[in-house]
Design a protein around this ligand. Structure first.
Ligand code: GTP
Ligand code: MG
Length: 435
């Protein structure tokens, strides 16, 4: 606790200093008018002296014994009574002092002037100040409000703990696991409360509870595969998420499009290496590849390959903050009229960035997500938060740099295990996601 004296030519100024130094919640212990000699003259000036403290001098109410409902009602009633008792000028001591000339400020300074006219209280030290009229009017009110605040905070924490105490032990363990894996507290709690509220056969059997828990996680992921009828498929996304590598994997991994006849189109002419990168994969796999420099060329090329089953378009990576480049991408996609626009998102990105990426790349009609670089994350709890904010289907996951092997169709069971089971996740990583 800090106790300090402030002397200023006006009461408003003294109170302003109190607020500036001790904060909005400062408590006025004592105020009075004093007379001071000027530095260069013998003439006396009237000054205002305010003694104030930080608010932490009130002991916190005993926590265990509190009957919350009644005590809050009582404290509220007391505070309301005090508010009624006190006139406009004492409504909000600290705030009103910040508005010189305001009705409240004038009232307040009158109040202080009036009390100081009667001279300093008998005992003008701090103890005396505590007993003074000023204290009883202003500080009792603040005391009550302070007490009320403490009780409400206390109640809130008891309610929160109470909720968690209602959760069976095994589910509480799952809650802790989720949060250790990186799921936000809000989503983890929502999931566990959902589990706790449902009819689990035996809430004390670890296997049954864990299986039920994983099932609940699975339901949070929206997945699908690419339709047989989707011919023109474009891959978009921020720089370096793995778009070109993914396009190469899609084109060359037999598990993805089987015996479909595939053609590749590169629109990434920003970097010579980018075209070369895709050309290399195309030549190894014996696939035709076209390089497009202007959006208008796209329609003719797509027309040229109309007898092919899949036309995969790789686009240049665009920085999230380069609005022009993102708009240009929009124009390319408009000309291509793809059946699928897949947005590549690196699994390790921050949730806030993922939201921004989704928002910015919505210049194109995104139809699904490819979650890349799953192998680079060390836990998967945050994927539940991602699923919560991405209103799109997750279609593929990529799990390493190897073309064509390191890609797999999304699988709810796998995603649930990645999010909810650290040990299983570590094993999967060691086994190169051999699911
Ligand atoms: N660990 C890991 N690395 C990957 C994965 N996919 C791609 N990469 C690597 O990420 C780097 C960038 O991959 P690219 O395919 O060139 O990424 P891009 O999105 O096409 O990049 P830009 O065209 O420059 O925007 C390369 O080193 C890839 O080998 C993956 O699933 N896991
Ligand atoms: Mg690329």
């Amino acid at each position: 606790m800090i106790i300090k004296k402030f002397i200023a030519p006006t009461m408003n100024e003294a109170l302003r200093q109190v607020r500036a130094e001790l904060g909005e919640e400062a408590v006025i212990l004592q105020s009075r008018k004093i007379e001071k000699k000027g530095a260069l003259s013998l003439k006396k000036h009237v000054m205002f002296e305010v003694t104030a403290s930080t608010p932490d001098r009130y002991p916190a109410p005993p926590k265990e014994k509190v009957n919350f409902d009644d005590s809050i009602k009582e404290a509220l009633a007391r505070a309301a009574d005090k508010l009624r008792e006190t006139s406009e000028e004492t409504k909000d001591v600290t705030k009103s002092a910040g508005k010189p000339g305001s009705k409240e400020a004038k009232g307040l300074s009158q109040h202080f002037t009036k009390t100081s006219e009667t001279g300093p209280p008998e005992n003008s030290n701090i103890e005396g100040g505590l007993k003074s009229d000023n204290y009883s009017v202003v500080d009792h009110l603040q005391n009550d409000l302070h007490e009320l605040k403490n009780r409400v905070a206390d109640l809130a924490s008891k309610v929160a703990t109470g909720t968690k105490n209602d959760i069976p032990r095994l589910l509480r363990n799952e809650l802790n696991n989720l949060m250790e894996n990186g799921t936000s507290e809000a989503i983890a709690t929502e999931i566990i409360e959902q589990c706790a509220a449902s009819e689990i056969e035996n809430k004390h059997n670890p296997e049954i509870v864990h299986a039920y828990f994983l099932k609940t996680l699975e339901e949070r992921f929206k997945i699908r595969s690419i339709a047989k009828s989707a011919k023109v498929i474009a891959m978009i996304g921020p720089t370096g998420v793995g778009k070109t590598t993914t396009v190469a994997k899609l084109a060359t991994n037999r598990k993805i499009f089987g015996n479909d006849r595939v053609v590749l189109i590169s629109t990434d002419t920003y970097r010579v290496a980018a075209v070369e990168q895709l050309k290399t994969f195309a030549s190894i796999a014996g696939l035709p590849i076209e390089v497009i420099y202007r959006p208008e060329e796209l329609r003719d090329v797509i027309e040229k390959y109309k007898d092919r089953d899949r036309i995969l378009i790789d686009t240049a990576g665009r920085s999230l903050n380069d609005q022009d480049a993102i708009s240009e991408l929009g124009v390319f996609i408009e000309h291509a009229e793809p059946d699928e626009v897949l947005l590549g998102l690196s699994a390790g990105n921050r949730l806030e960035d993922q939201k921004q990426i989704l928002k910015k790349f919505s210049v194109a009609p995104i139809s699904g997500i490819i979650l890349t670089k799953i192998d680079e994350i060390s836990s998967g709890g945050h994927l539940l938060d991602l699923a919560d904010v991405l209103p799109l289907d997750w279609i593929y996951m990529t799990t390493g740099q190897n073309v064509p092997d390191d890609i797999m169709a999304t699988d709810r069971g796998l995603l649930a295990e990645l999010a909810g089971s650290r040990a299983r996740f570590d094993n999967l990583r060691l086994e190169n996601f051999d699911y």
